[in-house]
Design a protein around this ligand. Structure first.
Ligand code: HEM
Ligand code: FPP
Length: 457
């Protein structure tokens, strides 16, 4: 996380601006003066932190060699160590303005490679410490054709009195929309809209996009329930769902999904055609491609399915700008990479349930050790993408960097604990940490872009 702090502080303060405020080296002015403005202190802090983190990398590498840790751990840390002075040199050239423009992104690139080296060493070291090399089941067969028929779930008691019956029915349709996911998916779209900003960012557009997005999520959630109603009966987590317990007749659920689709596309059309097209694509991608094709058939289901959750970033950006822009695409990449680090914790917690459902989830196919390793890979990739977003998206500043490092550290810590504890509780803790990380990071995007950036102007 020390290396990450260097990465995101560097990216967030777009070091060129901070470097210009402290052109000397190693300190400012003639090389030994203190800065006179805020950006200069950021640059100086970046350098002081680089010394402290560099020492940590030296100590970690020395310990890895002294303790004869696995060879790949030692090599990954040695790569990070060898690149550190190179990175400091590139930093000095950046600070003194001598770095040739062609090498402009070299400082960021080498920083990312150093971070990747440290993350790889952590993943492999944890695997050596806590893993069971061959815990992959090996004999899993996707699908449920070879499994015994699901016992019929007890029919949900439908109240006879009018009002309770009406309440139960309304609540059942509400549950079909997967409301518990809406806050974070809408926050993705909201962050994209705030990041894009500009004249297209109007209350009417924001309202139409968020309401339209909620209806689109409701539509895709409803179709997901319709298509998975039989397999939902097999899994404890989903066996009480409205269609698994015949609380809602299937034809009415389909009609409800189609109504929600029409309403969301109609609302998106009041913004622009691109937003409506993306919204319809998202509904179809999640309902058909993910639910019918990916989820039951491939262990990469939620990696590829992560595109569904990334689409709200493109929808929000398109709503405000009328096009697909760099910031929207990068934010979509952050969500795409975050999704496996989010879901794999649930896949571990519900491993037996997914096996009963015949779903080729990562722990069911490749085992828990591999799943925990993939969580660290995707968490590291998410952190890098979040840092690069700070570089590309000008409105992001200190709040975004602080939240990204603090919540990223908490998320990483929960994943490290998951490696040592290997319990359902630890998996749920890491799962909720994934939602807290993304939720607060997106909230920081909105605040940085709408409030702080506005004040700074
Ligand atoms: C293919 C991608 C994804 C899969 C497979 C997945 C899977 C799940 C599952 C199985 C649950 C538990 C639902 C339940 O038991 O009711 C869940 C909850 C949740 N997911 Fe994901 N998810 C994915 C992507 C996303 C995305 C992109 C977001 C938001 C950006 C998201 C946000 C949430 C939230 C907020 C919850 C509710 C947590 C709670 O119950 O408090 N998910 N996810
Ligand atoms: C704008 C728009 C329509 C975006 C759609 C994005 C969307 C609904 C993403 C959510 C992904 C998700 C929670 C998948 C879980 O489905 P699952 O079937 O694996 O979960 P389950 O087992 O709980 O049903």
């Amino acid at each position: 996380m020390g290396v990450y702090l260097l990465l995101i502080v560097g990216a967030t303060t777009s070091m060129a601006e901070a470097a210009a405020a402290c052109t000397g080296w190693p300190a400012c002015g003639d090389g030994y003066a203190l800065p006179t403005e805020r950006a200069g202190w950021v640059a100086l802090g970046h350098r002081a932190l680089a010394v402290a983190v560099g020492l940590l990398v030296v100590v970690s590498t020395a310990l890895a060699w002294r303790n004869q840790e696995p060879r790949r751990v030692r090599l990954a840390l040695t790569l990070a160590l060898v690149l550190f002075p190179v990175q400091a040199g590139l930093g000095a050239l950046t600070a003194t303005g001598w770095l040739p423009a062609a090498l402009g992104s070299a400082h960021l690139l080498v920083g990312v490679v150093i971070f990747a080296g440290v993350i790889a060493a952590l993943a492999w070291w944890l695997e050596g410490e806590t893993g069971t090399p061959d815990d992959a089941p090996g004999d899993f067969e996707p699908g449920t054709d070879h499994l015994p028929p699901a016992e019929e779930a007890p029919e949900a008691p439908i109240p006879t009195a009018t009002i309770p019956r009406l309440k139960a029915t309304v609540f059942a349709y509400f549950r079909l929309m997967k409301p518990r996911l809406m806050w974070l998916l809408c926050l993705v779209a909201a962050a994209a809209m705030a990041l894009a900003g500009g004249p297209g960012f109007t209350p009417a557009t924001v309202a139409a996009t968020l309401v339209g997005g909620s209806l689109a999520i409701g539509a895709s959630g409803t179709f997901n329930h319709v298509l998975e109603r039989d397999v939902d009966k097999r899994m404890q987590r989903t066996s009480d769902r409205p269609l698994a317990t015949d609380l809602v007749p299937v034809p009415r659920a389909v009609a409800f999904g189609l109504l929600l689709t029409a309403l969301s596309v109609g609302l998106f059309l009041t913004v622009n055609v691109l937003t409506a097209a993306l919204g319809l694509f998202a509904i179809l991608f999640y309902s058909v491609v993910y639910t019918l094709v990916l989820k039951p058939n491939t262990v990469q289901n939620t990696v590829l399915g992560g595109a569904a959750g990334a689409l709200p970033a493109l929808i929000g950006w398109a709503a405000v700008t009328g096009e697909l822009g760099g910031g929207g695409l990068l934010l979509a990449l952050v969500i795409f990479l975050w999704t496996p680090a989010h879901f794999y914790n649930l896949a571990l917690a519900y491993k037996d349930d997914y096996e009963r459902g015949g779903f080729p989830m990562m722990p069911v196919v490749h085992g828990e050790t591999a799943t925990r390793r993939h969580i660290i890979w995707y968490l590291g990739a998410t952190l890098v993408a979040a840092a690069v977003l700070a570089l590309v998206a000008e409105p992001l500043g200190g709040l975004y960097a602080a939240v990204g490092v603090a919540l990223g550290a908490i998320f990483l810590w929960m994943v490290v604990r998951l490696h040592y504890e290997r319990t359902e509780a630890a998996a749920f803790r890491a799962f909720h940490a994934s939602n807290a990380y993304l939720g607060l990071l997106l909230f920081a995007v909105v605040i940085d872009a709408l409030v702080i950036d506005a004040i700074m102007i």
